[in-house]
Design a protein. Structure first.
Length: 165
């Protein structure tokens, strides 16, 4: 490998010392022997387009399939230069949705349990009051739990997003 001497400008130095000015070029030779890496790619319109267009197309496709249906506008019928408005065809109303019972879990009382501790085990899904109200056998005294007793744990907090009509 040959270098140009930065001190005197001598060209094509083949060793670690310049033959003209005797400058030490060891550091330059070491740097020249390091592997060369390509610079990171620069973002341009050409290589950025797929990253912008593809997600935008997916979002638009999802929006188009999930958007609410808009009823068609009234139709206009022209008969001998007179316009009469005709309403769109009527659609039979949907029957009301059945209310589903809230989801429930059956829990076996463990040693040391109380209603607050049981509600805490289920985190945000239920409350002490909901457990108390769902178990009529606890009505006289909610503090008297027996090991192995079955309790209905109602799931009172819906963690799923509301359904769209």
């Amino acid at each position: 490998m040959s270098l140009d001497c930065p001190v005197c400008g001598y060209q094509q130095v083949e060793h670690t010392h310049c033959p003209n000015c005797d400058a030490d070029l060891t550091a330059l030779v070491s740097l020249a022997q390091l592997p060369q890496f390509a610079p990171p790619p620069v973002l341009t319109r050409t290589n950025l387009t797929p990253w912008v267009v593809l997600p935008l197309a997916v979002v638009l496709a999802v929006w188009a399939t999930l958007r609410l249906r808009v009823p068609p506008a009234p139709l206009a019928v022209v008969i001998s230069h007179q316009v009469s408005h005709v309403s769109p065809p009527t659609v039979a109303p949907r029957p009301p949705a059945r209310k589903l019972a809230p989801p429930q879990v059956v829990y076996l009382v463990q040693p040391g349990d109380n209603l607050s501790a049981i509600a805490a085990k289920f985190g945000q899904l239920t409350t002490f009051v909901a457990i108390y109200q769902a178990n009529p056998q606890l009505q006289p005294d909610p503090g008297r739990l027996q090991i192995g007793q079955k309790l209905v744990i109602p799931i009172t907090h819906n963690l799923l997003p509301p359904a769209r009509p």
